[in-house]
Design a protein around this ligand. Sequence first.
Ligand code: HOZ
Length: 419
Amino acid sequence: MFSDAKKYIAGGVNSPVRAFGSVGGDPVFIDRGRGSLIYDADGKEYIDYVCSWGALILGHADDEVIKAVTEALGKGSSFGAPTELETKLAKMIVESVPSIEKIRFVSSGTEAVMSALRLARAYTKRDKIIKFEGCYHGHSDFMLVKAGSGMLTHGETSSPGVPADAAKHTIIAQYNNIENVKKIFESNKGKIAAVIIEPVAANMGLVLPKDNFLEEIRKITEENGALLIFDEVITGFRLALGGASEYFNIKPDLLTFGKIIGGGLPVGAFGGRADIMDMLSPTGPVYQAGTLSGNPLAMAAGIKMLEKLSIRNFYQKLSEQSRKLYNGYRENLKKLGLNYTFNHIESLSCLYFTDKPVDSYKTATSSDTALYAKYFHSMLDNGVYLAPAQYESAFVSIAHSDEQIANTLKAHYESLKSL
Ligand code: HOZ
């Protein structure tokens, strides 16, 4: 299948990390999924911890999401005109995330970030953006500078094809280093439009914000008239119903979303303060548009998804399941006398093959990626599907049962033992 795909699709895949480039071997082609399980084209079953890169917090092929999408499809797949579904999902998001007053839907996280940056620049009348080394915000020109995820995995953190004139407006700061951010502000007085950050950096493995790092960034941006943009494409509706801004109790000016809010269908969104959002066309002068923006199938999936996440104790249960897995992982490491660093927060985690604590880009990239590749393949052979790259996070869904967690732990033990 991969050879055939390579004949017609550039690199055989439609997104680079999927090609198994950093772990070696051919990618597994997926036929179907159900709950936390996926099945490859040969019928082999895997417990899935990629979950469409975090989008499927309910697991695969949730019956109620399927029903909602099927009903919407029966009425037509796209109109390029407003539907009530868009208002319904927008209202649910605005009511769930404390820092959002108004929102707009697009079709991917990349588009959401691209649009939020344009808006921030228009609002502040400034050009420069601070982004953090190892954070990934999609593949638009301004953000492909020292980026995480596939860029980091393939050993290139900046891309050819990005004009120097575009890249010069992106200033790179060090995640978890507030002094570094302060210095950048000092030497660029009155020039920084916004700081964009993954509040939990989930595209260089998983790096958690230290102590008051996020609070300090909020303070500096306010003092300097710059906007704070939280990229919540991964953390949104994952850390909590109100995402990272609620979890850490920080009020960014703008936020971007993707993944979970589309219930597994292509969707993205950006939102935040009403005075900034109202600068968008047609109310204001900042242009942004899309035929598939607010697509009824994606809206229907998102609405059902968010309804199910709003059920009492959802996040508590997800947290409990995740903790069972993490406790087991830690016990296995202890039994085997291994000191590898295991970072986690709620249902996000990452195992690094280093004994140093990982709290920065520098320490994240000290992980032994060759060892990760071996571990990955052993887990795969034992029926567990992890991200085919070290610099990604693992995602637990509500569909991961006790039995599947126990099986994952057996595979984990055997895999680590075999290294
Ligand atoms: N950018 C995603 C990982 N952080 C990969 C997307 C995909 O291959 O589907």
